[in-house]
Design a protein around this ligand. Sequence first.
Ligand SMILES: Nc1nc2c(ncn2[C@@H]2O[C@H](COP(=O)(O)OP(=O)(O)O)[C@@H](O)[C@H]2O)c(=O)[nH]1
Ligand SMILES: [Mg+2]
Ligand SMILES: [Zn+2]
Length: 346
Amino acid sequence: MSKRKLTRRQAWRIQKVQDERAARAEKRDNKAQEQLQEGNLGPEQHGLVIAHYGTQVAVEALEGDSQGQICRCHMRANLGSLVTGDKVVWRSADTEGKDDNLGVIVAVLPRHSELSRPDPYGDMKTVAANIDRIVIVIAPYPEPHGNLIDRYLVAAETLDIQPIILLNKIDRIDENNQQRLREMQERYKALGYEWLNVSTKTEQGLNELITYLADYTSVFVGQSGVGKSSLINMLLPHENIRVGPLSEISQQGTHTTTTAHLFHFPSGGHLIDSPGIREFGLWHMDEGSLLEGFVEFRPFLGYCKFRDCAHQSEPGCAIRKALEDGAISDVRMASFRYILSTLDNP
Ligand SMILES: Nc1nc2c(ncn2[C@@H]2O[C@H](COP(=O)(O)OP(=O)(O)O)[C@@H](O)[C@H]2O)c(=O)[nH]1
Ligand SMILES: [Mg+2]
Ligand SMILES: [Zn+2]
């Protein structure tokens, strides 16, 4: 189908319809807001924030008759900011059948993890909560660079969220890359990291992946071209991706494409996804978190002779001693030094 350019008149009409729609929604919201204030509310129940739009969030009911239904919820002002993945207590608004999908959030349950990224001003902003696994997707092509995987691992370690390395496109393993990928797998497994092999093309390893994901709320990260979209399309049935009732909220103006959404895998487990989340971890980190993020360095941290040891050529360096003793591999040390060299001066 060819792209159609709108005439000014058409564009104007579309804008008008959208404005009217937004105005109607706002009116409804104000009405709901009044009712919320009048205390005309259903009982408290648990819910899960599955998307966030400006002043409203989409909450999925986790119990009762409405379980699985999605409600547009307002937040009480004192709750602070909510993000996708938050577990909340909410109450439905009695709108006399006019709009069954409205409610108010009255409490947020404590988060067990937070995913944050820097906003345009460099402040860290939480974008999702209660994530259990960061799935680092790599592939034979584009070729995985150890220091990129290590950056993701450090970011995951810094947040204290367990990472797993997912090698996709195993149908593309050949004599050129086989040895290198096997060594890579052995190296990361020896460090205690989980590793899975799949191909979205041949579906090898898919069942194992589905079983693994069923226990967790995960995010997928990794460089462009490794197959994240292909994987997610395969793991999520199509109707799951269309977020039905949410379109109404998103039409009210905020960034549908950037907001994180929570999806349910059919065999269990959840995915939180957004373009921003997929790029997670590729920003600035400080030297302290870098050292801590290389898990095998941890037993040696604080044992260097000099407190400000740069672990380069100083005498009595515990990290270099560990390298000589084989407790730290050359590859990981080189990767550490490389990432360190890319950090801004502290
Ligand atoms: N051979 C092969 N190609 C794949 C596989 N998974 C994805 N691809 C291809 O890799 C390319 C990039 O995939 P995409 O899902 O867009 O990657 P993303 O950038 O990480 O979202 C596309 O051409 C896919 O068809 C796989 O398992 N095997
Ligand atoms: Mg993609
Ligand atoms: Zn040192």
